[in-house]
Design a protein around this ligand. Structure first.
Ligand SMILES: O=C(O)CCC(=O)C(=O)O
Ligand SMILES: [Fe+2]
Length: 283
């Protein structure tokens, strides 16, 4: 079902307040003509595909993940791992999200109390059910191969982040992914894949309206600044990062960022099996 394009969700919170005046992501389906999908990706900077991966396969990864994390006490007693229900007797500090810019990018937040949780959360990235079965799921790889025209030359980057935020932990701030992929050409495709159903207010990814063109112009501005002061290419790469926050983020304040750039945030309700592809400068 296509939701109405403008909504007023009650309590869609970001770091610096409640979002007002958001729009829904435009929904697409893998069986639409490729040309149409490609055009939409170019125009919007993202492509939100409903039901690309079989739901059961996504829930298998969800089960494996929470089964692995269960010994840390993160799950509510008497619930199934696949449900992923947070333990109401615990506090969020013991279960910090990884890679959200806390204590240095991709550092080890939370100290001693969180050590077991962090160790397991990192370890999960190397398990077959994640690195192989989930990240290289044929439905995902085959679609990207066709969509991009890369066909059998499609390579999965080893870099992936299994985001694990529970209610009350710190989400990653405003960014575009090329910041983290600086040493490659801006030709990659990011797949953001929810591992389960996510309600509108459940912390799923949000995109900035026309964010790709904004990201590109921010990048151009950095390049120009770097050239103007006579930096070498290598120095320029570091300079890009100096223009951002130490964590590589454009901002930790999404509400403020959208006001500053007069663009709305685009939101969605996600279901297991959905994916969003986005461009390297999509914000
Ligand atoms: O590879 C990284 O650290 C970046 C992760 C990222 O872009 C994200 O989580 O949205
Ligand atoms: Fe990202």
């Amino acid at each position: 079902m296509q939701l109405p394009t403008v909504c007023q969700p009650g309590r869609l919170a970001v770091n610096d307040g409640l979002l007002e005046n958001v729009k829904f992501l435009h929904q697409s389906h893998a069986d639409e003509p490729l040309d149409k999908l490609r055009q939409r990706y170019e125009e919007d900077g993202y492509l939100f595909l409903k039901g690309l991966i079989p739901r059961a396969d996504v829930l298998k990864a969800r089960h494996e993940y929470f089964n692995m994390m269960a010994p840390t006490g993160v799950l509510e007693e008497g619930t199934l791992p696949v449900e992923g229900v947070f333990n109401s007797l615990k506090s969020a500090e013991e279960f910090p999200g990884i890679g959200a810019g806390a204590a240095g990018k991709n550092g080890r937040p939370g100290g001693e109390k969180a050590a077991q949780f962090i160790d397991l959360a990192l370890d999960a990235h190397y398990r077959d059910w994640y690195a192989q079965d989930f990240c290289r799921h044929p439905a995902l790889i085959n679609f990207v191969a066709r969509f991009t025209g890369w066909e059998s030359n499609t390579l999965g980057l080893r870099r992936s982040l299994l985001r694990n935020n529970i209610p009350g932990t710190k989400p990653i701030g405003v960014h575009y992914d090329q910041i983290f992929l600086r040493h490659g050409e801006p030709t990659s495709v990011t797949a953001w894949v929810p591992i389960g159903d996510i309600q509108l207010t459940g912390g799923g990814l949000i995109y900035l309206e026309n964010g790709d063109s904004l990201g590109l112009s921010i990048e151009e501005e950095f390049t120009k600044k770097a050239k103007d002061v006579g930096l070498s290419e290598e120095e320029a790469k570091d300079a890009f990062n100096n223009n951002m926050m130490a964590t590589g983020l454009l901002s930790e304040l999404p509400l403020d960022f959208s006001h500053k750039h007069s663009r709305r945030w685009l939101v969605a309700e996600y279901e297991a099996g959905d994916i969003v592809l986005h461009k390297p400068h999509a914000v």
